[in-house]
Design a protein around this ligand. Structure first.
Ligand code: ARG
Length: 453
């Protein structure tokens, strides 16, 4: 039996069944129960300070809420959609369990500041967890980058072979992206971690509770300064969902690279049996489903962000029920990204790089056409002319079906000397790429070291 709805006083009809089903959020916001309870305890403590609750009432409230928390954690709590959301489910159970003191809890508080508080606390925790999962994926990439720091592979633009890089350098590019993702989340966290509690429904309260005390107890860095903004602000959710969408973009690009690498056409890498699936029809197949799912799920992350931005864009101040539509997309983005990060870290760790295939692909002398132009530049030829001269050599290579490193360069132009052939030493070519950010093996190893610190 559920305790009655809190706002029923002026109503003479029951809420229609369909309206309850349409409007409930308990089926998904129940996951914020720990945050809701922490917020209520801090709020109650401030009420003691304000002389609104006795110490005895406070301890009844606190232990009542802790019991409820335990029951929910153990799956022994019955949620009711008649009570719409986590806030009313918990408050109602509390009053049912402890009586009068429970009925005092909601003084100087609204579900509007409550839901904003819960969501901020919940998001803060998830940011911390996602930041650490990003760290795990970075570590998996670093391990592979280190193990394959010297494996030369073509680098591509337009998916056409461009210049030589190493597998290590290629993978470290993703470490850079994931590091920026961590920075973005930590920046967003500053704006998430501000307490809206005390903003009431929209205009604060005539009863003054110590907002700073409540905020400090909940680990917030400060309190919001405008009650109307505090109630209707969902920027912090949008920011986090953008950061999650961008993580999706990065994982999706990584997926695409791995799908190519694992194709028979490339063959640069092999995913483990544990992270691939077969075909029910074609016995030979080993499919990179995890990569494809990651690429596909990125669409959901974008959709979730757009859903929130769209829900918020036409709302007059302050709270409108549309804002209840913030949580499902947020939760979905969080769940999706966490699982994606976990499975990708595992898959990358177990991935095998096929050094021989990589190096065979990188042995294409055309990858060093730019180096040949650089050689001419070092001989005093302006780069534009050097580019043209190498272009001619490439044309001869194609026309006569001769690999570029075997074309008689000296017969093309006197700028080419007998040492021009030295350009085609792949190891040397890589080793001379020592500028900061360039893919020399020494650079890659230093980057790995830097990231490890
Ligand atoms: N379930 C609501 C939400 O998630 C809580 C706030 C309800 N406030 C209100 N005035 N109806 O947004």
């Amino acid at each position: 039996m559920v305790y009655g709805l809190m706002w029923k006083g002026r109503f003479s009809q029951q809420t229609a069944d369909l309206v309850q089903r349409y409007g409930e959020s308990i089926s998904y916001d129940w996951r914020m129960y720990r945050q809701d309870i922490a917020g209520s305890i801090a709020h109650a403590r401030a009420q003691v300070k304000a002389g609104l609750l006795t110490k005895e009432e406070f301890s009844q409230i606190e232990s009542g809420l802790r019991d409820i928390e335990k029951d929910i954690a153990e799956g022994n709590f019955e949620f009711s959609i008649e009570l719409e959301d986590i806030h009313m489910n918990i408050e109602s159970a509390l009053t049912q369990r402890i009586g009068a003191a429970g009925a005092k809890l909601h003084t100087a508080r609204s579900r509007n500041d409550q839901v904003a508080t819960d969501t901020r606390l919940y998001t803060r925790e998830e940011i911390d967890e996602i930041t650490s999962l990003l760290g795990d994926l970075k570590t998996a990439l670093l391990d592979q980058a280190e193990a394959n720091a010297g494996v030369v592979v073509p680098g591509y633009t337009h998916l056409q072979r461009g210049q030589p890089v190493t597998v290590g350098h290629h993978l470290l590019a993703y470490v850079e992206m994931l590091d920026r993702d961590q920075q973005r989340l930590s920046d967003a966290r500053k704006r998430v971690n501000i307490s809206p509690l005390g903003s009431g429904a929209l205009a604060g309260s005539t009863i003054n509770l110590d907002r700073e005390q409540i905020a400090a107890e909940l680990g917030f860095d400060g309190v919001t300064q405008n009650s109307m903004d505090a109630i209707s602000d969902r920027d912090y959710i949008a920011e986090v969902m953008f950061a999650l969408a961008l993580i999706g973009t990065h994982l999706s690009r990584l997926s695409e690279d791995l799908i190519l690498w694992c194709s028979s056409e490339f063959g640069f890498a092999t995913l483990s049996d544990a992270h691939t699936t077969g075909s029910s029809l074609m016995p030979q197949k080993k499919n990179p489903d995890v990569c494809e799912l990651t690429r596909g799920k990125t669409g959901r992350l974008y959709g979730n962000l757009i859903a929130l931005l769209t829900a918020a864009k036409g709302l007059p101040l302050t709270y409108n029920r549309d804002l209840q539509e913030d949580k499902e997309p947020l939760f979905d983005s969080i769940d999706t990204v966490k699982l994606a990060l976990r499975v990708n870290a595992e898959m990358i760790s177990a991935m095998q790089v096929n050094a021989d295939t990589c190096e065979a692909a990188a042995s294409d002398p055309l990858l060093l056409a730019t180096d040949l132009a650089d050689y001419l530049v070092k001989k005093g030829v302006p780069f534009r002319n050097a580019h043209e001269l190498v272009g001619k050599a490439v044309a001869v290579s194609f026309d006569t079906d001769t690999p570029l490193d075997q074309v008689d360069l000296e017969s093309i132009d006197s700028a080419y000397g007998p040492d021009a052939k030295d350009v085609f030493n792949l190891k040397l070519a890589l080793e001379s790429r020592t500028n900061p950010g360039a893919p020399s093996i020494a650079n890659v190893k230093n980057q790995v070291k830097r990231w490890r610190q």
